[in-house]
Design a protein around this ligand. Sequence first.
Ligand SMILES: Cc1cc2nc3c(=O)[nH]c(=O)nc-3n(C[C@H](O)[C@H](O)[C@H](O)COP(=O)(O)OP(=O)(O)OC[C@H]3O[C@@H](n4cnc5c(N)ncnc54)[C@H](O)[C@@H]3O)c2cc1C
Ligand code: FES
Length: 323
Amino acid sequence: MYKLTIGEKTYYCQPGESVLDTFLRENVNISFACKKGTCHSCIVRSPNILPPESAQVGLKNTLKKLNHFLACLCHPEQNMVIKLPDQSEFYTEGTVVVNQLLNRNTLLLIIAFKDAFEFNAGQFVNLQRPDGLTRSYSIANIPQASNTLEFHIRRLPDGRFSEWLHDEIKTGDTIAVSEARGHCFYLPERKEQGLVLVGTGTGLAPLAGILTDALGHGHSGPIYLFHGSREVDDLYRVDEMRKLAEQHQNFYYIPCLSGKHVPEGFTHGRVNEIALATLVDLKDWRVFLCGHPEMVNQMKKMTFLKGASMKDIYADAFLITAT
Ligand SMILES: Cc1cc2nc3c(=O)[nH]c(=O)nc-3n(C[C@H](O)[C@H](O)[C@H](O)COP(=O)(O)OP(=O)(O)OC[C@H]3O[C@@H](n4cnc5c(N)ncnc54)[C@H](O)[C@@H]3O)c2cc1C
Ligand code: FES
């Protein structure tokens, strides 16, 4: 058991616990979202002790040099003095310029910045509430659009962050936004390669960015977008996608509904099953999977088994934080 000291206070990290686990058990006010080393919102610093290398995976070298590390990945190997960073160091302030519904439970949120915001279409950022509550959301637009980021936020019943965004945030409000992260984005190479994009619900957000980017770069290979939900009222941007499919001969849009009521023009079934039945051989295809973690994990395996190379499979599972 190692001692973790923050200022005057000392906490004891139990065997098997991460630094984040200890802090949450002790009600230390620390920001976190994924608990898996993805979102980087739990970044802290140990001024005098080199943190374990495994707790610095994915951090920039400049942060590593200053002994920053991710509390959720850190299983201490000695006693540590820990500084919780000033969060403003990692966040930029943006202003909400659009908040309107895309369907009955999905909010379109557009945040504008004074300066250009660096990102690749399909990456995600952390949004932070003034009380420190942090969640990850995927970017739905492409960088060239303007100094704005677009998000699609699904309202989760009793979801603390999503309900706050749906019910309380107004245009003109400011919100803290982290740097863009994640590896699920389009690279303009091998433009003749087939692309398959599969998403559930707001998984369309990163896929819409990736699609716009690929079409904008003149991707010439076939591009299939499978977007799934249960009811037709939970899909969105259907007309826009149909129009894009009319404009681009190599783009195919397949909206899928798993519920009983399936209007004309929609495909009945689970999005993953329909995608796999449509595209039998995925050798040399690039695959993008976003949304429900179960769908994403299953499709990673299945697309690999259908011939896609692991290095060509990009995925963002929308993990829900459990507290
Ligand atoms: C990389 C990434 C990208 C993402 N992109 C998007 C995106 O583009 N759009 C999007 O909408 N979401 C996205 N998400 C999901 C998002 O980060 C949030 O997890 C989601 O909005 C829910 O947050 P919340 O605070 O509203 O819900 P939470 O408060 O975290 O609650 C989640 C659910 O758990 C239930 N719950 C909470 N606490 C308990 C408890 N103690 N016991 C039982 N049940 C409980 C709640 O009722 C709720 O239904 C993404 C996630 C990741 C990791
Ligand atoms: S990286 Fe630690 S909570 Fe996400």
